[in-house]
Design a protein around this ligand. Structure first.
Ligand code: PMT
Length: 419
């Protein structure tokens, strides 16, 4: 039987009551043939002694680069360059804040910045700290930066409160680590071609940053009423999930939806077309692929009444509308050299021709045309029927789950990137 590959895991331990569980995580990973080296924050050493990890790994445990007993003068570089994955157990609110903001004021945070390996964090903290707007902002940022989260679970916390913030079971953390490591090693293997193993698809978008608009917009008429549409967000979220699973960093700019966003994507809420436009323009410089899956209102009320509009004796009520900014057209017009721009076209007739004319007018690389009159296609359903159109190709697809269509769209994006 061939010897199982030995993976190198850098285990970062932070100062929280769950620090002792890092010992269990370490043992589980060692049992899976991982070579684990340990870095601790200074506060972690208040909970567990470095000696415990040293005894279990037979290696010096790094806490402080500048410590006289540290045998390596450039430890954070050597440590960070010699691991296949950096795992943080438990990840405190403080370390998430440092990672999200590029603060490198101790050994572990410097290691994070210096490492090219995938990073997985398993947070554990008090529920209020977890729910705090600042922590949630940092989490969104880290997800957008490609950090993989093993989300904390709900339960009774060390502080005797009940809520989300409890470290996920270490068995599950170790399982997630092994999944990522085995996928990484397949991708990096020079002898495995992209057609040999379908799991490879999972990481073929590594290095890409996708910005995706999702759901419908809502244009206020007065404090009570609005103009909107039937988009559920399923199509856009399916693309986001597929892209994230294939290794891309994903940010969704999300209008009104009636399903939950997928895990490990950054979510920016934007309810009106103008809010969506502003959010997209802000995120665009850091994106390499833009996908406009949202159903954006083309028109909005010219004036939003400040107070509720009252019914009158008139049978007709006229509402004056003005154009909203066309997000997709503006993205394409302001594209940087590397950016690929993909649009959707929801049509009821002459579907392919209208979609092609949108591709021309808005200067798109790819357009996904869906005939929303067909059963199982378009708004709200879990399935869709689409034609993917590029300048040189047209692929007509049968009824399929939106999640499957998402992969087909991303396959075409990759083909364009290869050109
Ligand atoms: O969310 P689901 O329920 O899953 O439904 C999916 C969907 C039908 C909404 C989706 O598959 C779809 O077709 N999205 C685009 C719908 C649409 O508004 O198409 P459009 O033909 O009006 O717009 C063309 C393109 O321009 C779209 O990429 C749209 O996002 C974009 N656009 C339109 C207007 C505007 N002001 N800004 C834009 O960016």
């Amino acid at each position: 039987m061939s010897e199982q590959k030995k993976y190198r895991v850098g285990l970062g331990v932070c100062g929280g009551i769950a620090a002792y569980k890092a010992i269990e995580a370490l043992r589980l990973l060692q049992k899976q043939n991982c070579e684990v080296s340990v870095a601790m924050t200074k506060h972690a050493t208040e909970f567990v002694q470095p000696l415990t990890f040293r005894a279990l790994t037979d290696t010096y445990v790094l806490v402080d680069d500048y410590d006289e007993s540290n045998p390596d003068p450039i430890a954070h570089i050597n440590f960070s360059q010699n691991i296949d994955l950096l795992l943080i157990v438990p990840a405190t609110a403080n370390i998430l804040a440092k990672f999200a903001n590029g603060i490198a004021d101790d050994f572990l945070s410097s290691t994070y910045l210096a490492s090219n390996a995938p990073v997985m964090v398993a947070p554990a903290m008090n529920v209020s700290m977890w729910n705090h707007a600042a922590t949630q902002r940092n989490i969104e940022q880290l997800k957008a930066d490609g950090v993989i989260f093993v989300e904390p679970v709900s339960g009774e916390l060390a502080c005797k409160t009940v809520g989300t913030g409890k470290l996920e079971d270490v068995e599950n953390i170790a399982e997630q680590v092994m999944k990522v490591l085995s996928l990484e090693s397949i991708v990096q293997s020079p002898i495995v071609s992209s057609t040999q193993d379908s799991r490879l698809k999972t990481l073929d978008l590594k290095g890409e940053s996708l910005l995706i608009t999702v759901g419908g917009t809502r244009e206020a008429i007065d404090p009570v009423r609005f103009i909107s549409n039937h988009s559920s967000g399923k199509m856009g979220f399916a693309v986001a999930e597929a892209a994230q699973k294939r290794g891309a960093k994903v940010t969704v700019v999300c209008g009104v939806t009636n399903v939950e966003p997928p895990e490990n994507v950054a979510v920016v809420k934007a309810i009106s077309a103008q809010e969506m436009f502003d959010a997209v323009m802000q995120k665009l410089p850091e994106s390499s692929v833009f996908i406009g899956a949202a159903a954006v209102a083309d028109y909005r009320p010219k004036q939003i009444a400040e107070i509720k509009i009252k019914k009158t004796v008139n049978d007709i009520f006229n509402l004056e509308l003005e154009k909203t900014p066309d997000i997709l057209a503006n993205v394409a017009a302001n594209r940087h050299e590397k950016l690929l721009v993909v649009g959707f076209a929801a049509e009821t007739n002459d579907v392919v021709n209208y979609a092609k004319s949108k591709m021309e007018k808005k200067n798109l690389d790819l357009v996904v045309a869906n005939d929303i009159t067909q059963k199982g296609a378009g708004f709200g359903s879990d399935t869709n029927i689409a034609t993917i159109i590029s300048r040189s190709n047209q692929i007509e697809l049968p009824l399929m789950p939106k999640r499957e269509l998402a992969d087909k769209i991303l396959d075409e994006v990759l083909k364009l990137r290869a050109k």
